[in-house]
Ligand binder design. Structure first.
Ligand SMILES: [Ca+2]
Ligand SMILES: [Ca+2]
Length: 407
């Protein structure tokens, strides 16, 4: 009779113990769940912010493309106005964009330690679909093998140019064979397929092709990046060549002189004319029969101001009439093809996009001929800009256009 109350006490104690353990476990589980949930929410938040930043960068870049089309629209070939337009850290919605320029107007004007901004005039470059090997040889870093091979890649015949060119037989003998194009190039990047055109001569040390020699690129150059002469350039010959410009639809009357164009016949071979108002020295010196001193005189002449840039007539005032006549069929004072290396970033610096476009402004509205996303090449501007954006500051503006040939 006395035992029963003792049994009940033990049972109730056991129940209380079990309940305590259960409650403790439930507490542990709830705390763990809330921690996991919190972590997931934080990760999801970050992912959402990053996705949002990526969308902003993408839309800003698209907006920058429209901005380029607007700048080139209805300019009637006036390249100087187009390339003189500032294009650095332009605010657009929740982002900024920059247009990198990789082509100074002369050796003195180019500084590999500075970024340069603005739309690029493709008519200030040598079009490799129409240039002779002799012309190409004046480009910085060009080799005879590469120049001859480019001619062979483009020309429709199967005859090897010089002793260093390469036609179909050579390409088909490669470990991974492919055919020689025997037709015009569709992009400058196609040069990577052409025999004897190595990345070293095409891009120099500027492996990310932003016109700026980063510390890592400089280290890889063993001091070579500091060298900039008419024959050598830290950026290779890439900044000075194009495939986009076109010869005049109706060839100019054939006549006078014909210069060093080569071919046999009454009319000169087609050539995509070079704009003498915008072409850098490295390109001007490729013109047939033109001495380096003449090329420099053209730069000096246009920099001096007071000349009418709507025609090429001002040339006769700065070089000899013989030299002027020799290049008459190869030059113009207008441009209708432009390129832009667009870098767009979200204002919070979390995301960016880099896209290269080429614009055909022969018609209104202008058209985008070529578009390539090169974001994978990495952030191409001063790293400080990204740091500033992430710290909530406005990006720095250098005002550097690296074009001193304005009038
Ligand atoms: Ca060929
Ligand atoms: Ca670079």
């Amino acid at each position: 009779m006395n035992i029963e109350p003792k049994v009940e006490t033990r049972a109730s104690r056991r129940r209380r113990g079990v309940i305590l353990i259960l409650v403790t476990w439930i507490m542990v589980i709830l705390v763990t769940m809330s921690l996991v949930m919190g972590q997931r929410i934080r990760v999801a938040n970050r992912a959402t912010q990053n996705r949002l930043a990526q969308m902003v960068a993408t839309e800003t870049e698209r907006g920058a493309e429209q901005w380029v089309l607007c700048q080139t629209d209805a300019m009637s070939g006036d390249a100087l106005t187009v390339i003189d337009t500032p294009a650095e850290a332009i605010e657009l919605g929740d982002g900024y964009f920059w247009i990198l320029r990789n082509c100074g107007d002369d050796i003195v004007g180019y500084d590999a330690s500075q970024y340069s901004f603005g739309i690029t005039d493709e008519s200030g470059k040598l079009n490799l679909n129409y240039a002779t090997a002799d012309m190409m040889m004046y480009l910085p870093d060009m080799t005879q093998e590469a120049a001859d091979s480019i001619v062979d890649w483009v020309d429709t015949d199967d005859t090897v140019t010089g002793t260093d060119g390469a036609e179909d037989t050579a390409y088909m003998a490669l470990p991974t064979p492919y055919h020689c194009k025997d037709g015009p190039m569709d992009s400058v990047g196609e040069l990577n397929l052409v025999m004897n055109v190595t990345p070293d001569i095409l891009y120099g040390y500027d492996t990310n092709r932003n016109g700026f020699i980063e510390d890592s690129e400089s280290a890889a150059s063993n001091g070579g990046a500091a060298v900039s002469t008419p024959d050598q350039d830290p950026r290779g010959f890439f900044p000075f060549v194009t495939v986009w410009t076109k010869p005049d639809p109706t060839p100019a009357g054939g006549g006078g002189g014909g210069g060093g164009g080569g071919g046999g016949g009454n009319t000169a071979p087609p050539f995509a004319k070079i704009n003498i108002n915008t072409a850098p020295l490295q390109v001007l010196r490729c013109l047939p029969g033109l001495a380096d001193t003449d090329a420099q005189a053209i730069i000096d002449g246009r920099t001096g101001g007071g000349v009418d840039t709507t025609t090429t007539d001002w040339l006769s005032g700065v070089i000899s009439s013989t030299a002027a006549q020799g290049i008459a069929n190869y030059i113009s004072a207008t441009s209708n093809y432009y390129s832009a290396d667009i870098v767009a970033a979200s204002k919070d610096g979390r995301a960016f996009k880099r896209v290269r476009i080429v614009v055909d402004a022969t018609s209104t509205p202008p058209k985008i001929l070529y578009r390539k996303d090169i974001t994978d090449e990495g952030w191409p501007l001063d790293p400080q800009i990204q740091l500033d954006l992430r710290a909530g500051k406005e990006p720095q503006v250098t005002g550097n256009q690296n074009f001193t040939g304005g009038f």
